[in-house]
Design a protein around this ligand. Structure first.
Ligand code: AHR
Length: 328
């Protein structure tokens, strides 16, 4: 047989075989150019990486919005700056994401950029802190903590355990954030009803360990005396503990430390006695935000506001088992 004839015959046999194969296996699925096409795209504007709480929150979002779960998460870290969050949201709009999730730095200043997201038809889900906007239809829903309740929980404990003449150092979180506003409001209200309590210092450590440490170091250097540190998060409490120890003081004995978040590292410090009370602020919002998005996708209307259930820990109710089950 001539070589050209042989090649044509072979080609004809191959085509015949593949037609037969297709007929046996049924219609083949149309191949998508890329798997990315099927994923729901989430633009997540995160506050930063200032605390154990925040890192736990980021991890929770990454796990919930994974490719295995059908999502592509675009995470933008704003380094605790609102202007970076506004830029990130505008970028998400330009990229045409399906949903925007915003963990806001502060409560105010969102009206304009959320109106832009609204005009682009992108639903916005707020997690963690609250926002204050003139028109609350600018966001679809909110999931987070009742920060004022957390403050009230801490002062109810102080009321039962602290002397009437307690001298208090107040380490505040980032000024203008709901976490700072609610916890501070709780303490301020209690100071009005406890005339014997005195506020010997109040200042912001921005939820950062190093800043908490600096503030307490300079108080100790200036000779300020105090009995209680009311630290608006765990990381500032870690800094305060380091400063007290460096000055030869015993945290938990010489100074009572009250903290917020209840991360696993801090709960170990509750067990060891360095932190006396830790009020829980739960950061595991990933599955909660995903559930809201799933409701929206299936045409349901999720609740506008979802408050997370939280508790408080001191030596009386804390166990190793509770700590080992913490996800942050
Ligand atoms: O908004 C939640 C607060 O932000 C947490 O208490 C703090 O640790 C975080 O940075």
């Amino acid at each position: 047989m001539k070589p050209l004839l042989k090649r044509s015959l072979l080609r004809a046999i191959c085509v015949g075989l593949s037609v037969l194969l297709c007929a046996c296996t049924g219609p083949q699925p149309r191949t998508e150019p890329s798997d990315e096409r099927k994923l729901t795209v989430i633009g997540f504007s995160q506050v930063g990486a200032e605390s154990d709480w925040r890192n736990g929150n980021t991890k929770s979002m990454q796990q919930a919005f994974s490719a295995e779960n059908g999502y592509r998460l675009i995470l933008e870290d704003a380094q605790q700056k609102q202007e970076k969050q506004i830029t990130a949201i505008r970028n998400f709009i330009n990229q045409g994401v399906d949903y925007i999730v915003l963990a806001p730095t502060t409560e105010r200043g969102w009206d304009t950029v959320l109106a832009e997201a609204n005009a682009a038809g992108i639903p916005v889900i707020i997690v963690d802190r609250m926002i204050e906007v003139a028109d609350d239809s600018l966001f679809t829903c909110w999931i987070g903590s009742d920060f004022r309740k957390e403050g009230d929980t801490a002062v109810a404990w102080m009321d039962a355990h602290m002397p009437e003449d307690a001298r208090i150092v107040h380490l505040q979180g980032s000024i203008g954030s709901s976490a700072q506003i609610g916890r501070t409001e709780g303490l301020m209200a209690a100071l009005e009803t406890h005339p014997g309590w005195s506020l010997v210092f109040q200042g912001s450590g921005d939820f950062i360990q190093a800043k908490g440490q600096e503030l307490v170091e300079s108080l100790l250097k200036s000779g300020t005396e105090f009995d209680v540190i009311f630290s608006e998060n765990d990381n500032m409490a870690y800094g305060a503990i380091d400063a007290l120890k460096a000055a030869g003081l015993q945290p938990g004995k010489d100074v009572t430390i009250i903290s917020f978040d209840a991360s696993s590292t801090a709960l170990r410090l509750v067990l060891s006695g360095a932190i006396t009370l830790d009020v829980e602020c739960n950061p595991m919002h990933g599955p909660r935000a995903r559930s809201v998005i799933e409701q929206l996708r299936s045409g349901e209307t999720p609740p506008k506001y979802t408050y997370v259930d939280e508790t408080r820990f001191d030596a009386s109710n804390l166990t190793e088992e509770i700590i080992s089950r913490r996800g942050y």
